[in-house]
Design a protein around this ligand. Sequence first.
Ligand code: SF4
Length: 436
Amino acid sequence: MPVPCVAMEVTVVARYRKAVTYGIHALLAALEESGESCTLRYGTSPEETAGHIAAAAGTRVLVLWSFYSPDAAAMTAELAAVRALADGPDVLHIAGGVHATAEPQHVLDSGWDLAGIGEGESTIVSLVAALRADTPLRDVPGLALRDHDGVALRTRPAPQLPLDAHRSFPAVRRHVGPIELTRGCRYACRFCQTPFMFGGQFRHRSVESVRAHVRQMRVFGLKDVRFITPTSLSYGTPGPDADLAKVEELLSGVREELPDDGRIFFGSFPSEVRPEHVTPEAMVLLRRYVNNDNIIIGAQSGSDKILAASGRGHGAGPVRDAVRIAVEHGFRVNVDFMFGMPGEDAADQADSLRLAEDLVDLGARIHTHTFMPLPGTPWRDADPAFIPVQTMKRLDTLAQRGEAYGHWRKQAEHSARLAETARAYPRRTRRRRVEE
Ligand code: SF4
């Protein structure tokens, strides 16, 4: 269903996939707030995307793509399929998100016309304005363009604005989703793309802005509120310690906006909590306000050596304490683990398996991951540790008993593919800027 806008000169076609809706929603919200004139269409499949491109002939067409690094190969194939179905000189395909930010040269070499670098809200608005005015794209912030010789040419950086500067989703019912509570992360876990993409400090959305989102949701009759944040109990604080007064101000404010049967989900999907923030006081507070019966705790390893090497900022002991406290306060607990981190040896894996099994005995479920050398992270070029068959069998046993879940075998395949890309695009690849 097209969303009508005032003018027809530019058609924006969002390749609308479930895995990336939150990021696309933020861009569409910025576009909507800006008042930039365009027609928006949503391609929920490659065929539908191509159909919208073909139907928009005679306008300038901007196709928005967003994907995570493990999906880069599949999306490259899909882009080629869409281009084969519909293309033209006025069609521009742009890929944004964390992979495009970290590997713009790879994105351009894979067939996209533009890579969106960094936070996309100001870029999309400027880009649509430039296409309408037919001004040079070199003046649009946060882009990489293909230079005359194919090298990625970067424009000036896009700003990292306070989170209140933009809404999390546009004022369209079908696009309402979790409210982005915090962007950026002060922790520096070496496997994680969040600090690279959004910066090494927290930017929290104000309570008033969150309440305004909830009021908007109520207009559509929606009563369930979820949040996006790297670490839920860091809300309102710049540092490592939780500020429970701030968290309560947030949750009580949301509760005031909701009807009696409204529900708050906090510390559960799509967010999590750090283990050292799980205290009896914090759990009592959550119990008072939230409706989720489960929380997600990031543990990653049972080896203090690996936790230190990965920069997690906590040891294995607080993980065990956190699970016990959360269970005692009536939460079902899912605990994230990652196997195969660089430098992990048999003893480290044994520590992780032992901790995982102990946590299962306490009542937790294990969400199992395999280390992936993600672009933009300090461990982009690191070799994943070998995961022997014995370790795999123990993980499979946990999964067969319903005590573990996750796509860790699939991630092992992604890991190998990412390592190949990293070798093909070494960090020393030349970076060219418009100012040169
Ligand atoms: S894993 Fe979580 S705590 Fe660590 S840097 Fe990423 S978002 Fe922050």
